[in-house]
Design a binder for this molecule. Structure first.
Ligand SMILES: Nc1ncnc2c1ncn2[C@@H]1O[C@H](COP(=O)(O)OP(=O)(O)O)[C@@H](O)[C@H]1O
Ligand SMILES: [Mg+2]
Length: 297
């Protein structure tokens, strides 16, 4: 069986995924997204080509994509879903996870907890909404990542200059209730029905707990209800595999983000005590087998 990982950019963690993939698949190909072309022609379904190889005919393709080249990446997920390979997300899921407030829209009313969130184009509406939510509020760029693009305001006088700045940069306004927490959150890695959790603790006096902002991973055994919520959210968002960011609060957790390509460094596996890439590849392989069996019928 054939497996390909498609990435932007290449990360240190990829060789480990590739090694694990080699344990389950007969052939493993690592493909930079910049080497890919889509081919559309009469009387043939769309193809995803890399050099002379048609990836649409592979058994499984594992996209590890950042928000760069968003429109191109969105089409990749669509074509893969419409053709042969198993891919761990639905057609819309990548777009959804690349846009925090699209994620909030999909999750709202689905039975999982999210912080109250407001999406608007109007400065006046934003001020009113922030007062209604109650300060402090977070202000997020729709496609921020790694803790970049999130701000906090404790009153109107802090909010207004931030919103004016967003206007200069032609950014939509996304407000969210700030969930009080001690500078930490919980990352739940969902693989099918399985969940693996760890805590991320931010630097001293830092309220963003992202690893890329200096946060540290710590062991945590997330409560069952939180794990169930993460699995539910990933299903609503159309993912078999994803990373769900949850801020713990008195009334249970609040989901703030779903990540299509959660970090799976060796340190992540050490903290969790499980070889996460191995579990992922095992899962992807079993899904690819199911696909084959279905096609064989
Ligand atoms: N509503 C919120 N209340 C409190 N802290 C938040 C909230 N949303 C995000 N954070 C903090 O900011 C970090 C980054 O936010 P997140 O929405 O996950 O964006 P990113 O894509 O940058 O990781 C989170 O890990 C969390 O520590
Ligand atoms: Mg996050």
């Amino acid at each position: 069986m054939k497996f390909a990982i498609i990435y932007t950019p290449f990360l240190e963690q990829h060789p480990h995924i590739i090694e694990r993939a080699e344990e389950y698949f007969d052939s493993v190909l690592a493909v930079p997204i910049h080497g890919i072309r889509y081919e559309y022609q009469n009387d043939e379904p769309p193809k995803v080509m890399y050099k002379n190889t048609d990836l649409s005919e592979f058994d499984a393709v594992f996209p590890r994509l950042s928000g760069e080249d968003l429109l191109f990446s969105e089409q990749l997920i669509e074509i893969l879903n419409e053709s042969g390979p198993y891919v761990h997300m639905d057609s819309d899921s990548f777009s959804l996870s690349s846009n925090k407030f699209y994620t909030m829209k999909e999750l709202s009313g689905s039975g999982v907890h999210i912080p109250r969130s407001i999406y608007t184009l109007s400065t006046e509406t934003a001020s009113e909404a922030a007062r209604d939510i109650g300060y402090p509020v977070t202000i997020k760029l729709i496609s921020g990542y790694g803790g970049k693009g999130i701000m906090r305001a404790k009153d109107d006088s802090e909010l207004r200059p931030i919103i004016d700045t967003l206007e200069v940069f032609e950014q939509d306004i996304c407000l969210q209730d700030f969930i009080e927490n001690p500078g930490e959150d919980i990352r739940i890695v969902v693989i099918g029905e399985e969940t693996y959790s760890y805590k991320r603790v931010g630097l001293e006096k830092e309220w963003r707990s992202n690893i890329s902002r200096g946060g540290e991973r710590r062991e945590v055994d997330a409560p069952e209800a939180m794990r169930e919520m993460a699995v539910r959210a990933s299903k609503v968002a159309g993912f078999d595999i994803c990373g769900v960011d949850i801020i713990e609060s008195e009334d249970g957790g609040h989901i703030v983000e779903i990540n299509a390509s959660p970090g799976i460094t060796e340190e992540t596996s050490e903290v969790v005590g499980i070889d996460i890439p191995e579990r992922m590849m095992k899962f992807v392989h079993s899904k690819a087998l199911e696909n084959r069996a279905r096609e064989g019928v």
